[in-house]
Design a protein around this ligand. Structure first.
Ligand SMILES: CC(C)(COP(=O)(O)OP(=O)(O)OC[C@H]1O[C@@H](n2cnc3c(N)ncnc32)[C@H](O)[C@@H]1OP(=O)(O)O)[C@@H](O)C(=O)NCCC(=O)NCCS
Length: 177
């Protein structure tokens, strides 16, 4: 898989990405905005395990964000099951030195188009910590709608907070999924 967009390429993960993924993921400013299951400190073994898991998926749902030949972030979806199988949750992060350059807004926009064409899904959603303004903006720029706020739904760094629920629906009609 390879999607070329102006400031980056979204492409399949490779085992050789582990070093750069670990380098950029090992950052408290990233961890503060993601789930606690995301490792911190983020070691080389964590990147190796993540890449191994991602390459074993069928279908593959996690991809590298490459800038200047280096994997500097990850974008992916988690496919839901049973009656929620038409829905998938999107997740993404990018190394701090690349923040604020419009990379993720472009990446999410392109990846969501790819995902609707590739997987048998109709809805892509995200849960964003209410203090994560950058991520909320990324989703809005990619055409997601703020559906609701789950009040006091999360705990991060010992503080209870609100979770913003964003979603984008496919314009494609489908008969059966
Ligand atoms: C959230 C994240 C993916 C945004 O990526 P990015 O490539 O910096 O996003 P963009 O450059 O496309 O910026 C999107 C918008 O957010 C704004 N923005 C970027 N960083 C910001 C910050 N720290 N505070 C406030 N706004 C910010 C940008 O100015 C832009 O808004 P604009 O178009 O109105 O100028 C990145 O900061 C990140 O990886 N954060 C840690 C992990 C994370 O939060 N993942 C998502 C969990 S839901």
């Amino acid at each position: 898989m390879k999607i070329q967009i102006p400031h980056c390429t979204i492409r399949s993960l490779k085992k050789s990405d582990a070093k750069s993924i670990a380098k950029y993921a090992d950052n408290i400013h990233i961890w503060n905005n993601v789930r606690d299951m995301f490792p911190y400190p983020y070691k080389l073994e964590d990147a190796e395990k993540f890449i191994e898991f991602s390459l074993s998926q069928n279908p593959i749902c996690n991809f590298a964000i490459e800038v200047k030949g280096e994997a500097v972030g990850v974008i992916g979806i988690v496919l839901n099951s049973d009656i929620h199988r038409v829905s998938a949750e999107i997740g993404y992060w990018i190394g701090e030195s690349f923040w604020g350059k419009g990379i993720m807004s472009a990446a999410v926009t392109a990846f969501v188009d790819y995902a609707f064409q590739t997987y048998e899904i109709h809805r892509i959603f995200a849960g964003v910590f209410s203090f994560n303004i950058a991520s909320a903006k990324v989703l809005e720029k990619a055409g997601f709608v703020h559906e609701c706020t789950h009040k006091e739904a999360i705990i991060k760094n010992g503080e209870i907070g609100d979770e913003l629920i964003y979603a984008k629906l496919s314009s494609r009609r489908f008969s059966e999924i």
